[in-house]
Design a protein around this ligand. Structure first.
Ligand code: OSB
Ligand code: MG
Length: 370
C-alpha cells in the first residue's frame, strides 16, 4: 500500500450545547484529525481523545505526541500491505489506543479508496442501514433531561441513553418512565461513578426495565462488575473496561457483563473492534457502537463498523445535527428515516471531507513525508 504523507490537524469546535457526564462538563470539542495521503487518495481518521484525561488517560496532546514521535515514524518505516497490518505494527507500543485508532482508521479509509471499495464492505459489513440512539447528558434539573428526551424521541431515535451519577440517578429514570412510559428503549450510563458498596441503589434500577446499565463501576474493573451482575436483573454493558478482544473474552468468562459497547478509539481501531465483535458474537453477547461526541469522520467510521452483523442494539452514532452547527463532512450525517442512517456504498468512509470547513476550526497543523 502506498503511503506518502501524513497530516495532523488539531481542531476546536463548540458543541451546540454543553455535554455533561459523571466525570465533568465539556463545551468544546478538541480533537486531532489525521489525513493519510497515497496514490492520489486521502484517508481520514478522527481521534476521540478529549482535552482532559477524564474518560481515559489520553488527551489531544498525548495523541499528537504519540503520532509524531512513534506511530507515524513506525508507519513510514514499515511495509503495510493490508490495513490489518497496522494494528499488528503498533502492538509493541503499550496502550495509547486513541492515538493508534486515529491513524489506523485513516489507513483503512485510504486503502479502501485506493481499491475503490467501501469501508463497510471491506470490514465484512452486512447491513445497508443502521438503527441509532442518542446519548443525553446530565442537566441542572430532571425537567431539562425530560425535555431533551422528548425532543430526541420526536426526532425518532431508537434508544435513549441517559447519563447518571450519584444523586442524579433513580429520580431521572423514574421521571422518564413516568412521562414517556415503559415502552421507551431506555438505558443509563454511569461512566464508572459507583462502587460495589452502592449495589443496593443500583438494584433499585431493576424495577424500571432498562435495556442495560453501562459501566456502573470502576473504569479498570471486571471483578466487581461480575459480582454486581450476579445481583442485578438489568444487564451490565461494559465500556471503559474493554480495550481488546482478550479483555472481552475475560469479562464474558467472568460474567462481568451481558453486552459490550465497542468504541474504535478505546480499542485501537477497526481491526481490534472486529475481533471484539467476533468474540462477542461467538459467545452470544450483543454489541453496539459507542460514541465519543465525534465529528463526521468519526461518525462515518462508526457507521461502517456498525454494519457488522452482531451490532444488534442501536448505538450512540447520532446525526451530525445532534452536536454540530456545521460538520466537517459532506453530506452531514443525517437520518434517511427516523432513527436510521444509511451505510454509505461509496469508496472508503463514503463521506467527503470539506477542507474549507476544517480550516475554520484548525488551531494547529503539521505534516510529515515518508
Ligand atoms: O461513556 O459513552 C460514553 C461521551 C464522551 C465520553 C464518554 C461517553 C460519551 C457519550 C456520548 O456517551 C455519546 C455520543 O457520542 O453521543
Ligand atoms: Mg459509556
Amino acid at each position: 500500500m502506498i503511503i506518502e504523507r501524513v497530516r495532523l490537524q488539531q481542531l476546536k469546535v463548540a458543541y451546540k450545547a454543553p455535554f455533561e457526564t459523571s466525570f465533568g462538563r465539556s463545551e468544546e470539542k478538541d480533537f486531532i484529525l489525521v489525513s493519510v495521503y497515497g496514490d492520489g487518495a486521502i484517508g481520514y481518521g478522527e481521534s476521540v481523545a478529549m482535552s482532559h484525561p477524564v474518560y481515559n488517560e489520553e488527551t489531544s496532546g498525548t495523541v499528537w505526541y504519540m503520532l509524531e514521535n512513534f506511530l507515524i515514524p513506525k508507519l513510514f518505516a514499515s511495509d503495510v500491505t493490508e490495513p490489518e497490518d497496522v494494528s499488528r505494527l503498533f502492538a509493541p507500543i503499550r496502550r495509547n489506543y486513541m492515538a493508534k485508532a486515529a491513524i489506523e482508521e485513516a489507513v483503512w479509509d485510504l486503502h479502501c479508496k485506493q481499491q475503490g471499495i467501501s469501508l463497510a464492505s471491506r470490514l465484512g459489513g452486512v447491513k445497508q442501514t443502521i438503527d441509532v440512539g442518542v446519548s443525553i447528558g446530565i442537566e441542572a434539573t430532571v425537567e431539562q433531561v425530560l425535555q431533551n428526551v422528548e425532543r430526541f424521541l420526536a426526532e425518532g431515535y431508537k434508544k435513549i441513553k441517559v447519563k447518571i451519577k450519584p444523586g442524579f440517578d433513580i429520580q431521572v429514570i423514574e421521571a422518564i418512565r413516568k412521562r414517556f412510559g415503559s415502552d421507551v428503549p431506555l438505558m443509563a450510563d454511569a461512566n464508572s461513578a459507583y462502587t460495589l458498596e452502592q449495589a443496593d441503589l443500583l438494584k433499585e434500577l431493576d424495577s424500571y426495565g432498562l435495556m442495560m446499565i453501562e459501566q456502573p463501576l470502576a473504569h479498570d474493573d471486571i471483578i466487581d462488575h461480575a459480582k454486581l451482575q450476579k445481583q442485578l436483573k438489568t444487564p451490565i454493558c461494559l465500556d471503559e473496561s474493554i480495550h481488546s478482544a482478550e479483555d472481552a473474552r475475560k469479562a464474558i468468562e467472568l460474567g462481568s457483563c451481558k453486552i459490550i459497547n465497542i468504541k474504535l478509539g478505546r480499542v485501537g481501531g477497526h481491526a481490534e473492534s472486529k475481533k471484539i465483535h467476533d468474540v462477542c458474537e461467538r459467545h452470544g453477547i450483543p454489541v453496539w457502537c459507542g460514541g465519543m461526541l465525534e465529528m463526521g469522520v468519526g461518525r462515518a467510521h462508526n457507521i461502517a463498523l456498525t454494519s457488522l452483523s452482531n451490532f444488534t442494539i442501536p448505538g450512540d452514532t447520532s446525526a451530525s445535527s445532534r452536536y454540530w452547527e456545521q460538520d466537517i463532512v459532506e453530506p452531514s450525517v443525517a437520518f434517511i428515516a427516523p432513527g436510521m442512517l444509511a451505510v454509505p456504498a461509496g469508496d472508503g468512509i463514503g463521506y467527503e471531507v470539506n477542507e474549507r470547513n476544517v480550516r475554520n476550526y484548525v488551531v494547529r497543523e503539521a505534516e510529515w513525508t515518508s
